[in-house]
Design a protein around this ligand. Structure first.
Ligand code: SAH
Ligand code: SF4
Length: 377
């Protein structure tokens, strides 16, 4: 189901496309850059704030583009480490993004590293059995402008905490992970365009090496991504080290089985000369056996990949469980003995890991029950 807004979001314009619009109006060549500087560097939210533009041009901008494709519904602190933002799109769709703070040793909170996790679709069609985003199915893709708008909302919320960065017109987060709701490689063009705008010097000038895109394994699009000039980092949601186990929990594996996925991943790693990450959620009695650990170690060694072991985060309505800490440690020990580079997330990450997808689901459910009060979330 496509959604065609009344006006295209201004955040979906590139320097090139905006220049074309303005040229057709007889505006000088520098005008597009001037407008984008207002938008990204000076954080203007309306044409009225762009005080060095003529009134007719400001009126035209207002009439032609949507400057608020997403509005902030809720900003929720979830413990010390995460903030969740719930945004509402023009068609009423709810989308969430999460800010994750990792305090740096010996310095105050204002110096913590901030990672922004963004969503790329409303819902997800991939239906992984453990995931909140997949539970309610896929509603629609987000446009590039809506995705950039998510990032700008976060910048505005966080600017107060890092005024020096805001003054320089830089993003107020340090890393970006495309790990929220949706499968980014199933909305390829919009996601790539949004990340290109984020990276562009006329946008937020955000380094591609600080961006990690996570995919459930859309193999052909991993190969396509490998050819892009934008040098993103790639994470693969593996979650099963054999076809049998992976297909049980990730339907995508039936379309692109492990051999095809891993060969695409290898091609990506070789083109970019950079280490991949394999995400592996540990789910009790599903993928946490020692055979799986050994098979995972073989895959990781072959790909020279880093493994991120994530204890499963309980999702309301799903029966899966996270294994106990002893079992997690023993699973990890197999990777360690095999010389694989890995991280085992501790309980502290509980809030973080499945942060995306859950807030939206909860709100949708409450709305469905005609309960307008979402303040209790
Ligand atoms: N669709 C993409 C990106 C979004 S999902 C992908 O699947 O990679 C981001 C990450 O959250 C994925 O690694 C996903 O497997 C993980 N995830 C989903 N549900 C989770 C849960 N309940 N607990 C822990 N991680 C979860
Ligand atoms: Fe979709 Fe990723 Fe969730 Fe799977 S894990 S349902 S691909 S968002």
């Amino acid at each position: 189901m496509a959604f065609t807004p009344e006006k295209p979001p201004i955040y979906g314009e590139t320097l090139e496309s905006l220049s074309t619009h303005l040229k057709a109006r007889g505006e000088p060549a520098f005008r597009a850059r001037q407008i984008l500087t207002w938008l990204y560097k000076k954080r203007a939210t309306t044409p009225a704030q762009m005080t060095d533009l003529s009134k007719p041009l400001r009126d035209w901008l207002e009439q032609t583009f949507d400057f608020a494709p997403a509005s902030l519904v809720l900003c929720k602190k979830a413990g010390d480490v995460t903030d969740k933002l719930l945004l509402e799109m023009r068609d009423g769709s709810l989308v969430e993004c999460v800010i994750i703070r990792a305090p740096q040793e010996g310095v105050g909170e204002e110096h913590s590293r901030k990672t922004l996790c963004i969503s790329t679709q409303v819902g997800c069609a991939y239906g992984c059995k453990f995931c909140a985003s997949g539970l309610a199915g896929w509603k629609r893709d987000l446009s590039a402008g809506e995705i950039v708008s998510e990032m700008m909302h976060v910048c505005r919320v966080e600017d107060a905490a890092s005024p020096e960065r805001a003054a320089e017109g830089l993003a107020s987060f340090d890393n970006l992970v495309v790990m929220g709701m949706g499968e980014p490689l199933a909305n390829y063009d919009n996601v790539l365009k949004a990340l290109t705008i984020l990276n562009a010097p006329w946008g937020l000038g955000f380094g591609a090496r600080r961006i990690t895109l996570s995919t459930s394994g859309v193999a052909p699009n991993i190969l396509r991504l490998a050819q892009e000039p934008l040098g993103l980092r790639l994470a693969i949601s593996l979650h099963g080290a054999t076809d049998e186990v992976r297909s049980r929990i990730m339907p995508v594996n039936r379309k692109y089985p492990l051999a095809e996925l891993l060969s695409a991943a290898k091609a990506f790693a070789q083109t970019h000369g950079r280490m991949l990450t394999l995400e592996y959620i540990l789910i009790e009695d599903v993928n946490d056996t020692f055979d799986q650990a050994r098979a995972l170690a073989d895959i990781a060694r072959d790909l020279h990949a880093h493994v991120n072991l994530i204890p499963y985060n309980t999702v309301e309505g799903l029966e899966w469980k996270r294994p106990g800490s002893n079992r997690r440690e023993r699973f990890a020990a197999i990777l360690r003995d095999a010389g694989v580079s890995f991280t085992l997330r501790r309980e502290k990450g509980h809030d973080i890991d499945a942060a995306c997808g859950q807030l939206r689901l909860k709100t949708e459910r409450e709305r469905a029950q005609n309960n307008p009060d979402i303040s209790s979330l």
